[in-house]
Design a protein around this ligand. Structure first.
Ligand code: ATP
Length: 492
């Protein structure tokens, strides 16, 4: 943009001198400039907009479910803001930045808003993507204006403290020299570092705390995490069982709930859900109740909403009877392997097509898992292969329905190798010859296949019984499945 303006400016000057003050060529040039802007898609930089117009309401920490460790760590860091006298008495240097790190939708933005509420700070919020343009210097200018705007806003609100929240900070603060238009990225990051170094709370008695948030901490430039900049890194993880229960309670508190709903049960069904997923679940359950013209949300609405959040909306398209039987056989196979290896682990089998899935088995882990042994990972592979093996046993062939299962099984096998749990011992997966990696993955998956064929080989009749039930009811609970297995065992 600058180069274009400079070029046209120089041309204008020459023409102006040449044509002795006639305005006509200048008008033509101005027109040419506007046409170029229009057709090249170039934008005139709008420096003033970054972060200044965002009016975000602050909240209290009580409005955030779970995240006890993150809250505790953040609250400790906020003492720097709320207790400036004690901090300076002990000669502690002021804290300039806190980095919130964790998967999407876990409440990082909420924590920043709560931090502003807790400290009575003025709150400015921006996203890293707002800074990056193709033109060198624009991002750096925006960073300067952002800090100025943040100061101005705090002064206007007569606050002593300001919190500047930068979401997706990895876009703005990614490792230098890595990007194709790296000059612009580097200048923007350098400016952020300069601004942070200049924060001292000295000048107007205003203390600015920068809170960054990212899902990709590995992409951040080390200079950003250097002591004196983002001193504190707070991990904001997916909520555990208790956290999920609390988040559900928070998002259901303004909704009419039927009698006897167990939030513990719903929380158990939602392992791996983020706070944002749980918020969506509460909302979807209410929509389902509305569709059925109910005045209260029932447990079945919440359970159906779990499927909806995982897999998407039910599809109108119905597979033909032959396809449906195959799906029922496939899903019954997954469920039977799961129940054999971990009794009580199946929560539901369904053959209602949703999103991209024609059928689905929802598992219910007895507890939240954070670490897996090789045996547990092999069991996971076995459950994934149960669908294809069942199709082979009952229908005599397989289908493309197992594609996703195989992808996941291969990923788990790769994890086994990377964690040093395969017969290769501890290896660097990226230095492993491709052929050897491929062979080891294949061995792990095919030994899983042999295991599952052994487990299901003698139980073809049971697979068919369960599949017939699933076909009839479209959805089978884990309890019904377990009763069917027990009845089959007694009859045998
Ligand atoms: P991203 O990394 O994608 O920016 P984030 O971690 O900043 O996500 P938030 O924007 O804070 O996530 O959360 C999105 C929404 O999810 C919130 O508005 C809220 O409805 C819900 N939510 C997330 N975490 C929690 C939580 N711990 N308690 C209550 N609600 C939550």
């Amino acid at each position: 943009m600058r180069e274009l303006a400079a070029g046209l400016g120089a041309a204008a000057l020459i023409i102006f001198l040449f044509y002795e003050s006639s305005l006509i060529p200048l008008v033509i040039l101005a027109g040419l400039f506007l046409v170029l802007l229009r057709f090249t898609g170039l934008k005139t930089p709008r420096f003033s907009s970054v972060g200044q117009s965002t009016r975000v309401k602050t909240i209290s920490f009580n409005q955030i479910g779970g995240q006890e460790v993150a809250k505790k760590e953040l609250l400790e860091a906020l003492d720097f803001v709320t207790k400036p006298r004690e901090i300076s008495h002990l000669g502690i240097r002021p804290l300039k930045g806190v980095m919130l790190v964790g998967p999407p939708g876990t409440g990082k933005t909420l924590l920043a808003r709560a931090a502003a509420g807790y400290t009575g700070s003025s709150f400015t919020s921006v996203a890293g993507s707002e800074f990056i343009e193709m033109y060198a210097g624009v991002g750096a200018q925006r960073v300067r204006q952002l800090f100025q705007g943040c100061r101005k806003k705090a002064q206007g609100e007569r606050r002593k403290n300001a919190i500047l929240f930068i979401d997706e900070i990895d876009i703005l603060g990614g490792k230098r020299g890595r990007h194709s238009s790296h000059l612009e990225y580097d200048q923007t990051l350098n400016q952020l570092l300069v601004e942070m170094d200049g924060l001292g709370g000295g000048e107007s008695g205003l203390h600015i705390l920068v809170i960054g948030a990212t899902n990709r901490p590995e992409a951040l430039d080390e200079a950003l995490l250097r002591p004196g900049r983002f001193d504190r890194v707070v991990q904001v993880d997916l909520p555990d069982l208790e956290g999920r229960k609390q988040i559900l309670k928070l998002h259901l508190h303004n909704k009419p709930l039927g009698e006897g709903i167990s939030l513990e049960k719903i929380a158990r069904e939602t392992f791996g859900f983020s706070g944002a997923h749980l918020e969506s679940l509460a909302n979807e359950a209410a929509i389902l109740a509305l569709r059925e013209k109910q005045r209260q949300i029932a447990e079945k609405h919440l359970l159906e909403a779990v499927d909806k959040v995982i897999l998407g909306e039910k599809l109108e398209r119905k597979p033909d009877p032959e396809e449906l039987w195959r799906v029922a056989v496939h899903e019954s196979g997954h469920a039977l392997v799961s129940e054999t290896l971990q009794p009580g682990s199946v929560s539901q089998i369904t053959i209602t097509p949703r999103g991209k899935a024609l059928g689905y088995v929802r598992h219910k882990p007895e507890r939240d898992f954070y670490l897996y042994t090789v045996e547990q990972l092999e069991e996971k592979i076995a459950v994934l292969l149960g669908g294809a093996v069942s199709e082979q046993l009952v229908l005599g062939n397989r289908s493309t329905g197992s594609l996703g299962d195989f992808d996941q099984a291969v990923e788990i096998a790769r994890k086994i190798i990377a964690a040093g749990l395969s017969n290769l011992g501890v290896v660097s997966i990226k230095d492993l010859p491709k052929a050897l990696l491929h062979r080891t993955i294949q061995q792990l998956v095919s030994s899983g296949e042999r295991w599952v064929s052994g487990l299901l080989g003698e139980r073809t009749a049971l697979i068919e019984e369960v599949a017939r039930l699933v076909l009839e009811k479209e959805k089978l609970t884990g309890e019904t499945l377990r009763r069917q297995i027990a009845a089959h065992r007694q009859a045998g």
